[in-house]
Design a protein around this ligand. Structure first.
Ligand SMILES: Cc1cc2nc3c(=O)[nH]c(=O)nc-3n(C[C@H](O)[C@H](O)[C@H](O)COP(=O)(O)OP(=O)(O)OC[C@H]3O[C@@H](n4cnc5c(N)ncnc54)[C@H](O)[C@@H]3O)c2cc1C
Length: 443
């Protein structure tokens, strides 16, 4: 679902060039396919829901598209440990519905839940709207079963906290199909929360909102949702869904939990800290409406379509750098484009950590050039400006959408020559024939 994929297909030059699609139903079948591909030196690209936005799931070098969609079973549900072994093709929304029926929750809700698969979330190292409290996918995954390029099957240790050497499961989280095929993961579950509290605050400046968010996170309160919209995002995006007449920086909060007293206490802490930073309480219903409407942003008329050019960049930094990151990236993106193209830019901060946060600058150009190369050039200029500005400002170039094709050219700037050489030697050791997703992740 990457713009890169759409625009290439639109011009009759698809990025997806697979020769065959294989649809395995078991780990044994995946292993047999990998053995064959390895013997023949044929590229293999795993795909889940194909909702990734960096173009990673396109088989750009041809070969086998390994569609994991039919491996979609829950293998084991452990109600005592609150863990579950699930196959990679399980759709995130279907998984959540299945768990909710049992009073449980995965608590990993990417905005793309209706398309995304568990394997894709792990492959792209994704994050969900509740990550501020429950963590990103790397915090949800306890263990994995993998098929290596030569067909070997590996079962990694049952839990990630141990003293038996490096934590190998995390090596494969975010590896974007370049190191192995995930055929099952053990994930953490939670009980469905008994209580949800909503809140929303208006700020005079983004800096005040960021400081309120920083204090909330460093005080130890853990809102499940804390989304801070800059003025453009609040007025031109959030308000279209919540219809609250928003006119400036807005923070939407949701707190949840099993015990109402704890939820209320955390809501009180968040409220106090927002008010202390000059926030004005604009009512719980704004937060509640965002929650009810949270998927409409990804469907017409809100979702962009060709001939527009669009992309949601995301970058992450610690609190010392986050405000500078926002300023540098948004300025660089605006300056990268001739005003005739009518760039729109809406930015929010939606995944918070106890050491920092991330920015989500979402750009759009109402109508790009008709020529494919010129359209790509315009798109790439904005992406380049944002990425280099993020790195220059002390950030990391991506929070949770992955690298894929779009950010592959910047891996050396991100990791340094020695860092990228280390990554490449890991790739060489695991996949000497370079059959898994060649060209992705800058490898
Ligand atoms: C409207 C919209 C909203 C989005 N919102 C979010 C969001 O809130 N949070 C977020 O994190 N992302 C979001 N995304 C991006 C995307 O949905 C996520 O990256 C998602 O996790 C991808 O899952 P998928 O199954 O579609 O993966 P795919 O696109 O199929 O694949 C993604 C990557 O994982 C690899 N992969 C897939 N399955 C396996 C496997 N079994 N083994 C090894 N590698 C594998 C692929 O090769 C590819 O590199 C959004 C996308 C859209 C279009």
């Amino acid at each position: 679902m990457s713009w890169l994929t759409y625009i290439h297909a639109h011009h009759g030059q698809p990025l997806a060039r697979h020769d065959v699609v294989a649809t395995p139903v078991s780990t044994r079948e995946v292993a047999a396919i990998m053995q064959l591909a390895s013997r023949l030196g044929v590229p293999v690209t795993p795909v889940g829901g194909a909702s990734g936005v960096q173009g990673a799931a396109n088989a750009t070098c041809g070969g086998i598209l390994l569609d994991l969609g039919a491996m979609n079973k829950v293998r084991r549900l452990d109600r005592k440990s609150l863990t579950c072994v699930v196959e990679p093709g399980m759709n995130v929304k279907a998984f959540e519905a299945q768990l909710n029926a049992e009073g449980l929750s995965f608590t990993h809700y990417p905005a793309s839940a209706e398309w995304a698969s568990i394997g894709g979330c792990v492959g792209a190292r994704g994050s969900g709207v509740l990550s501020t409290k429950y963590g990103t996918i790397q915090d949800h995954v306890l263990s994995a079963e993998l098929v290596l390029p030569g067909g070997g099957v590996v079962q990694l240790p049952a839990v990630p906290r141990h003293g038996v050497g490096p934590e190998l499961t995390q090596l494969f989280v975010g590896s974007e199909g370049t190191l192995g095929v995930i055929t099952a993961v053990t994930v953490r579950l939670r009980h469905l929360p008994a209580r949800r509290e909503f809140a929303a605050f208006r700020f005079e400046s983004l800096a005040q909102g960021i400081e309120a968010g920083r204090r909330i996170m460093t005080t130890g309160a853990r809102p499940a949702v804390m989304r801070l919209y800059d003025r453009d995002a609040a007025v031109h995006s959030l308000d279209r869904a919540v219809q609250a007449g928003l006119d400036n920086v807005t923070m939407v909060l949701m707190l949840d939990g099993d015990h109402p007293a704890l939820v209320e206490a955390e809501a009180g802490v968040c409220r106090d800290l927002c008010l202390e930073q000059g926030g004005r309480d604009i009512g719980a219903q704004v937060g509640q409406r965002w929650w009810d409407q949270r998927y409409v942003f990804y469907h017409p008329p809100h979702a962009p379509q060709l001939p527009q050019i669009w992309c949601t960049m995301d970058a992450v930094a610690d609190f010392a750098h986050i405000e500078g990151l926002y300023d540098a990236v948004t300025k660089a993106m605006r300056e990268a484009v001739d005003p005739v193209w009518g760039l729109t830019l809406k930015t929010h901060l939606s995944h918070w950590y106890d050491w920092g946060s991330m920015i989500y600058p979402r750009f759009g150009i109402p109508k790009g050039p008709d020529d494919l190369d010129q359209a790509l050039e315009l798109h790439d200029a904005i992406v380049r400006a944002a990425t280099l500005a993020a790195l220059e400002a002390g950030g990391v170039m991506n929070d949770h959408h992955g690298v894929g094709l779009r950010l592959a050219p910047y891996m050396e700037q991100q990791f340094g020559a020695e860092g990228l050489a280390l990554l490449r030697s890991i790739k060489r050791a695991i996949d000497p024939g370079r059959i898994l997703c060649p060209g992705k992740l800058g490898l």
